[in-house]
Design a protein around this ligand. Structure first.
Ligand code: 5AD
Ligand code: SF4
Length: 440
């Protein structure tokens, strides 16, 4: 009994896929090398932009071929695309046997068993949090920890609230218990995950409420956990207590992914982001003042309906002003059912969108390369992840600032080592293991 799973989309999906694998393996399935080799073909899908749908549909075509050759194969489609296409999945793709939304992962065992006419093993479980399910971790020393699900924001372009539902916070005790369990299992770095992590707890009764800042501090205090990250925060919910926790807790890393989306107040308002350019910049200044050597990354959308040249120029100027270490840049993609797609005309010509994104990417790379040089000549703590992807004689790891380092020297995955950095590109650093410090 072999399965094959392909994952698309964000870190929440990567997390969920580790749970899908853990759940299947707990029921006796093992991972097959390819779809041709599998009795169960699964997809964990994304639908954030039209391009995500296209990438998935290409892969689904391959599953159709396998199903034609071997009709006994079970094809299961989960995640956000499956959720958004609820009604049409089976009529448009009749070779699909199972469709399940992000909140239904716990039921997957049951759905698969029913499809294969096997006895159904019961799984009593709160389906909303896949975080409580068995997991097959892809990385031995790093783990995702889900703290909330869903999103209450109303960003005009975004499909996520309609596919992932209202925000729900996972009980704080469960989160900390999972972090402690991971630590005792050898994990040294955890990333707290949610669609909007820093509104954590607001849906919980006041008497038992923990704020995100409290949760962050408690996670950072767990014995054996050396590094804590979190993603993604919304700028509107970034309070002083979170900044203080980042500044004060030694385990909380000096890296923040803070999606700006646009640098224009007019566009931000149309996007319903609820902050202005000025408020975003003030926040960045407060973060930089509190956390020296903070690495800041962001998400930016170009070509939102009505975006003028001047408004785009305000997004472009954000890069230099905020000194980002990196940014993900996206072409606006109208998603049916969202406010922007239903009420605003997608009026920025494709060619203009392409010109804008090219200029943006170039600027992001220029600033990131300049920023990366600040590490050259210094010795930094690196969490070792494995051999370098390009040169197996070297090792690969990551700085607290979340930047990848390839280095020469002996080290094992999971080690925290000091590396002398001697060169930099916009995305990676290179160096060598620092000579061992002599004990005093
Ligand atoms: N078009 C383009 N980019 C989008 N994003 C979300 N929805 C859209 C859309 N409709 C981007 C945002 C978000 C990231 C995950 O994807 O920048 O932060
Ligand atoms: Fe894609 Fe958004 Fe779903 Fe993540 S939450 S898989 S980015 S649609």
């Amino acid at each position: 009994m072999r399965y094959h799973l392909t994952t698309f989309g964000c870190q929440m999906n990567e997390h969920d896929s580790e749970r899908i694998k853990g759940l299947l393996e707990s029921k006796g399935w093992s991972e097959g090398a390819s779809r041709d080799d599998a009795d169960l073909i699964l997809f964990n899908t994304c639908t954030i932009r039209g391009s995500a749908d296209q990438r998935f549909l290409g892969n689904l075509g391959d599953a159709k071929r396998v199903k034609r050759e071997r009709p006994d194969v079970v094809v299961a489609v989960g995640g956000c695309w499956a959720q958004s296409q609820r009604e049409q999945v089976f009529s448009e793709f009749p070779f699909v046997d199972i469709a399940f939304g992000p909140a239904e992962i716990a039921r997957l065992g049951e759905l698969v068993a029913r499809e294969r006419l096997e006895a159904v093993g019961a799984f009593s479980f709160d389906g909303a949090f896949s975080g409580g399910l068995p997991s097959k971790r892809e990385r031995a020393h790093q783990a995702w920890v889900q703290i909330s699900t869903g999103c209450n924001c109303v960003c005009a372009y975004c499909i996520v609230p309609s596919v992932r539902g209202r925000e729900r916070s996972r009980p704080a005790g469960d989160v900390i218990e999972e972090v402690a369990r991971l630590a005792s299992d050898g994990v040294r770095e955890v990333t707290l995950l949610g669609q909007n992590v820093n509104s954590y707890g607001r849906d919980t009764a006041r008497e038992e409420r923990w704020t995100f800042a409290e949760l962050l501090r408690r996670a950072a205090g767990v014995d054996g956990i050396e590094r804590v990250r979190y993603t993604s925060p919304h700028p509107k919910d970034m309070r002083a207590d979170v900044i203080a926790a980042m500044a004060e807790e030694p385990a909380v890393c000096e890296h923040l992914h803070l999606p700006a989306q646009s640098g224009s107040t007019r566009v931000l308002k149309a996007m319903r982001r609820t902050y202005s350019r000025e408020r975003y910049l003030e926040l960045v200044d407060r973060l930089r003042a509190a956390i020296p050597d903070l690495s800041l990354t962001t998400d930016l959308i170009v070509g939102f309906p009505g975006e003028t040249d001047a408004e785009f120029a305000e997004t472009l100027s954000l890069i230099e002003r905020c000194q980002y270490d990196g940014a993900y840049t996206f072409l606006y993609s109208p998603r049916p059912g969202t406010e922007a797609a239903d009420r605003l005309e997608d009026d920025v010509p494709a060619e203009v969108k392409r010109e804008r994104i090219a200029a943006l990417v170039e600027e992001v790379q220029r600033v990131a390369s300049q920023r990366a040089t600040r590490f050259v000549g210094s010795t930094r703590e690196v969490l070792v992840e494995g051999p370098s992807r390009t040169d197996p004689t070297r090792m690969r790891g990551r700085l607290r600032q979340n930047i990848t380092v390839n280095f020469a020297g002996d080290a094992e995955p999971g080690d925290l080592v000091d590396v002398e950095i001697d060169s930099a590109t916009s995305t990676t650093l290179a160096g060598r293991l620092a000579p061992a410090a002599v004990a005093a």
